[in-house]
Design a protein around this ligand. Structure first.
Ligand code: FAD
Length: 382
């Protein structure tokens, strides 16, 4: 497709964040939005993710964003006119020490204060929520019933289709190779398909966003981190309806609606990397955890392994807002939870850009917080 050479807004990156931002800008009346990707829709982390959605966070900012995102997800099929595959089986968080349980309960108190109805559940209740669970070594559990997961492909596709209906142009196989800056403001982008002049440019390029930011002379301290994940053949429904997750146990496990179990864990050492290869070591370790937690699935076959990139920041919270280059914005650094936050951050960034009051004040997510030592530390990450 021939690219236009002028737009009001160019968005770099067609993952969930770029797609939601494009849709929300168009919905708020911005006429000429272009979203471009060097690959295609969901070709980055969004297409590799576990797609969990939870409001059980440890920082006030993430709690506020996540519960607003759940409100959006719950009516997203109607809003976008296509199904997004939302499934609300809850998140069951598992603590393996008194200290960890206390941390979960402190986070729960914050969540409850912000209107999130998470609660402590007993081992017996945990087994009712997750019938195949063997967690006799656990010390405690918290649960939030409105948590769950959606389909990352369906969700992003639905956003882009709705955006296109509102006039947004989507260019795939179009790599941003330069950002045009004149004086103190952005003027557009150079791409492998030509130049596009634009008043506003938004960097939604995920784990590569620090590379894209640098094209405008802006430094952001985020990095890619490889995370592996796998999926099994389908097993009987109802084995693990919630997302089962533990920070110290280092796992997340959930059953998809068609019966397959999808599960992942964090890598040793948390190295900075753009590597997305899979390893036998992960497959072996993850399989052991899976069978220990859900003994009835012993013998199930793993049908696919893959890896994707977390777009990490030093405090585990996203970077959203305008940069020192006027009209050049970031919406990046989602640190492993951008799928669930994309719907709300796309909305509030679009509100801010169009001069409306954002539903949630996100000014503290400015990238200058790292220099100023005003971090928004989020520990509740697997
Ligand atoms: C294994 C795994 C499990 C995860 N589980 C969850 C989960 O359960 N819940 C959750 O909320 N999140 C999860 N995440 C995190 C989530 O995937 C990301 O936070 C989210 O997808 C980020 O979306 P994005 O749109 O910012 O980035 P991406 O989806 O990576 O999109 C960025 C796009 O930018 C494009 N791009 C890059 N450079 C350029 C360029 N120069 N020019 C043009 N295009 C460019 C890329 O091709 C890519 O398509 C997980 C991630 C992984 C890897």
């Amino acid at each position: 497709m021939e690219c236009k050479n002028r737009a009001d807004v160019v968005i770099i990156g067609a993952g969930i964040v770029g797609a939601s931002t494009a849709y929300n800008l168009a919905k708020l009346g911005v006429k000429d939005v272009v979203i471009l990707d060097r690959g295609t829709l969901c070709g980055g982390s969004t297409g590799s993710c576990g797609a969990g959605i939870r409001a059980q966070w440890g920082s006030e900012m993430n709690c506020r964003l996540a519960i607003a995102a759940i409100d959006i997800f719950e009516q997203l099929d109607d809003e976008l006119g296509l199904p997004v595959g939302l499934n609300q089986g809850g998140y069951l968080l598992v603590a393996y020490s008194e200290e960890e349980f206390e941390t979960l309960k402190t986070a729960m108190a914050l969540q409850n204060k912000l209107g999130i109805k998470s609660k402590v559940v007993s081992l017996e209740e945990a087994r009712e929520i997750c019938p195949a669970l063997d967690a006799s070594d656990a010390v405690g559990f918290t649960f939030h019933a409105r948590d769950g997961h959606a389909d990352p492909f369906l969700t992003t596709f639905a956003y882009v289709e709705a955006a296109k209906r509102l006039g947004v142009s989507f260019y795939r196989k179009t790599e941003c190779i330069g950002i045009k800056v004149e004086g103190d403001r952005v003027r557009g982008v150079s791409t492998t398909k030509g130049e596009i002049d634009a008043d506003i440019v938004i960097n939604c390029s995920g784990a590569y966003s620090h590379v894209v930011a640098k094209m405008a002379g802006v430094d952001i301290p985020n990095w890619g981190e490889r995370h592996e994940i796998m999926i099994t053949e389908p097993v009987a429904p109802g084995v693990c309806p919630p997302m089962l997750m533990s920070f110290s146990g280092n796992y997340y496990i959930q059953q998809r609606p068609h019966g397959s179990i999808i599960c992942g864990m964090s890598p040793d050492g948390h190295e900075q990397s753009f590597d997305t290869s899979s390893s036998w070591r992960f497959a072996a370790e993850m399989s052991k955890k899976l069978v220990r937690l859900l003994p009835s699935v012993k013998g199930v076959r793993v049908v696919r392994l893959w890896a994707g990139l977390y777009d990490m920041t030093p405090d585990g919270s996203p970077i959203i807002g305008e940069t020192d280059v006027k009209n050049f914005y970031h919406s990046t650094g989602y640190s492993g939870h951008g799928f669930m936050l994309g719907p709300v951050t796309g909305r509030i960034l679009a509100q801010s850009i169009t001069g409306a009051k954002p539903d949630i004040d996100f000014s503290t997510l400015d990238y200058r917080r790292f220099e100023q030592g005003e971090l928004i530390v989020e520990h509740s990450i697997t």
